[in-house]
Write a protein that binds this ligand. Structure first.
Ligand code: FAD
Ligand code: NAP
Length: 541
């Protein structure tokens, strides 16, 4: 006999970013479940609530950096620039929350500190930092894959007399106008910040560890007719996105770089340089930039030649020029290299001249110079993908902590479920797709919603992937990743950015189209790879 179980709510959704917001709508408004949302931040929006640094914006074009699930929502929300500034994405997500009346079920300023599965009742108990404890039948984590700040422990850090901030916690009262500003980090965040901060600060010092390949973004205003045309074509646009590789709203190239002449390659690189966008440059120029070393070298060489053309001071140009593979998440920006031609912007290459300590006055480098600063900005990225999972006391069957499962790096089945954690799901969990993220988030939310809806209809009490299914998915993701050049470059994509973090495959790199096909097959085969136990305890329904 199954144990009678009464939960406080049917489902708990943790996080109120793109993922958590849609999940709450799906479960409460579409499936009719009772749902409690929890969000650590003081507002909804996730990434777009916290990252308020100057220059923060999407590098996905605005027409596909949004939800597509509701055609009315698509029609009613406009955009005026090619990429969306942080306040615009935040306003959009707030609009979505209000439009679907979600706010009343999201507890803000509420950090979930623990979630534990009880095998006697088959319920989850979720606890919060303010002492609440709530039971549910399902838990969905929308914790964000780039949401746990990496704050390097540089000697003297806490003794800095000025303002020290991480870009993921940018305070509203911080105005850098006219100030002496230093920034550590030149990833997507750092490069965006540098371009914007150069226009505002009195002096900007850039502490660069590894130089980056940056292409132009081609940002600018979007006129009314372009917006109208996109709205008219949304069906075709989203159909293309959902069946593509990276989901950025352009056609990926099918041409191999070495199959054309050197002149033609340069023409194609130039054409895409002029159009702008990092993913377009990596995936829209040629099919094999991210997989073939020779093709990759050709793209890298093209960008290096641009740095030499743009940057006036030869020593600065040398220090800005990357020599490694072009195989991190591709960057784009508005005049990144040009920014270093300004007299008030200084580049300090810290691999050659390491930071020794942070003093009350600023940053002291190995050459003995103290770079005096009013504001020091850590654009040092994130403990990506699994960081927020490990930060909670998250325990599945047998009271086993998630860390005990993930000793060799984080794993999942299909990027959204984990064996030993029944009725728990993850949005953008480990080994989910590496794409423009809103369409992948939607894919996962809709699939999780489908699975839960099916479980509700059939009286399924617990649903959980088998260890074999999870191992199989991990092997698939590893095999695909190893066909690319990404594992050969040190970046957050494989956990290489955090000292001591296990290097592991954390993405499914075959693209959103293939991912959606796989999910459809799994569901079509009766949720293959999941063990489902009904209320009357009949296994394998
Ligand atoms: P998030 O938006 O990160 O939301 C997760 C939420 O969970 C957060 O609000 C967090 O506070 C909350 N949370 C976590 N742990 C807990 C807990 N224990 N208790 C309570 N709440 C918790 N992606 C793209 O595809 N294109 C882009 O152009 C792009 N631009 C980006 C720009 C910046 C500056 C950054 C940082 C990221 C960008 N990304 C981009 C990635 C971006 O994170 C995703 O596109 C998307 O916003 C993720 O949504 P999410 O809901 O999964 O996660
Ligand atoms: P990131 O790509 O991990 O870059 C972090 C930067 O900090 C790197 O330059 C890194 O140097 C440096 N760094 C880290 N630790 C350091 C240390 N101890 N000392 C000195 N330097 C250190 O992080 P991010 O720039 O925040 O971007 C992360 C991801 O967020 C992006 O790839 C993207 O997916 C998303 N994002 C997107 C946008 C956008 O354009 N729309 C904007 C921001 C973020 P090394 O390279 O040497 O490690």
């Amino acid at each position: 006999m199954s144990t009678i179980r009464t939960a406080d709510v049917d489902a708990i959704v943790i996080g109120a970013g793109f993922g958590g917001i849609y999940m709450l709508h799906k479960l409460r408004n579409e499936l009719g479940l009772t749902v409690q949302g929890f969000e650590k931040g003081g507002g909804v929006g996730g990434t777009w609530y916290f990252n308020r640094y100057p220059g923060a914006k999407s590098d996905t074009e605005g027409f596909v950096y949004r939800y597509s699930f509701d055609k009315d929502l698509l029609q009613e929300w406009d955009w005026t620039t090619r990429y969306l500034d942080q306040p615009d994405v935040l306003a959009y997500l707030e609009h979505v929350v209000d439009r679907y009346d979600l706010r009343r079920d999201i507890a803000l300023n509420t950090e979930v500190t623990g979630a534990a599965f009880d095998e006697d009742t088959d319920l989850w108990t979720v606890t919060t930092a303010d002492g609440r404890s709530l039971t549910s039948r399902y838990v969905v984590n929308g914790l964000g894959l780039l949401a746990r700040s990496n704050i390097p422990d540089i000697p003297g850090r806490d003794g800095f007399a000025g303002r020290l901030v991480h870009t993921n916690a940018w305070p509203d009262d911080l105005d850098i106008t006219g100030k002496r500003v230093g920034v550590i980090g030149t990833g997507s965040t750092g490069t965006q910040f540098i371009v914007a901060a150069a226009e505002m600060a009195g002096h900007l010092t850039v502490f660069q560890r590894t130089p980056q390949y940056v292409v132009p973004s081609g940002n600018g205003p979007v006129d009314r007719s372009e917006v109208d045309a996109a709205k008219e074509n949304f069906d075709a646009i989203w159909d293309q996105v959902r069946n593509s590789v990276v989901g950025f709203g352009f056609e990926e190239s099918g041409v191999e770089a070495m199959s054309v002449s050197a002149d033609e390659r340069r023409r194609v690189f130039q054409e895409n340089w002029d159009k702008g966008n990092g993913f377009r440059f990596m995936f829209g120029t040629f099919a094999d930039i991210a997989t073939d070393p020779e093709a990759n070298a050709a793209a890298a060489e093209f960008i290096r030649s641009k740095i030499a053309e743009i940057v006036e001071d030869p020593e600065t140009a040398r220090a800005l020029t990357p020599t490694d593979l072009y195989a991190k998440r591709p960057l784009c920006n508005e005049g990144y290299y040009e920014t270093f031609n300004r007299d008030d912007v200084e580049l300090v290459p810290i691999k050659e001249n390491p930071i020794q300590e942070i003093t009350p006055a600023g940053v002291r480098t190995a050459d003995g110079v103290i770079h005096e600063l009013d504001v020091l900005v850590f654009a040092t990225g994130f403990d990506a993908v699994d960081g927020n999972y490990r930060a909670m006391d998250l325990r599945g069957r047998g009271g086993r902590h998630i860390d005990e499962h993930w000793t060799d790096g984080p794993t999942s089945y299909l990027g959204l479920s984990k064996s030993g954690f029944p009725n728990m799901f993850m949005i953008l969990g480990p080994n989910g797709p590496f794409t423009n993220l809103p369409p992948s988030i939607e894919t996962q939310v809709e699939w999780i919603g489908g699975l839960i809806g099916d479980a509700e209809r059939r009286g399924i009490r617990t649903v959980e992937p088998t260890p074999e299914a999870e191992d199989g998915w991990t092997a698939t993701c590893t095999e695909i990743a190893n066909m690319t050049l990404f594992p050969k470059a040190d970046s957050w994509i494989f956990g290489a950015n955090i000292p001591g973090k296990q290097n592991a495959v954390m993405f499914y790199m075959a693209g959103i189209g293939a991912y959606r096909q796989k999910l459809a097959e799994v569901a079509g085969n009766g949720y293959e790879g999941f063990e489902r136990i009904t209320d009357d305890e009949t296994a394998g329904v």
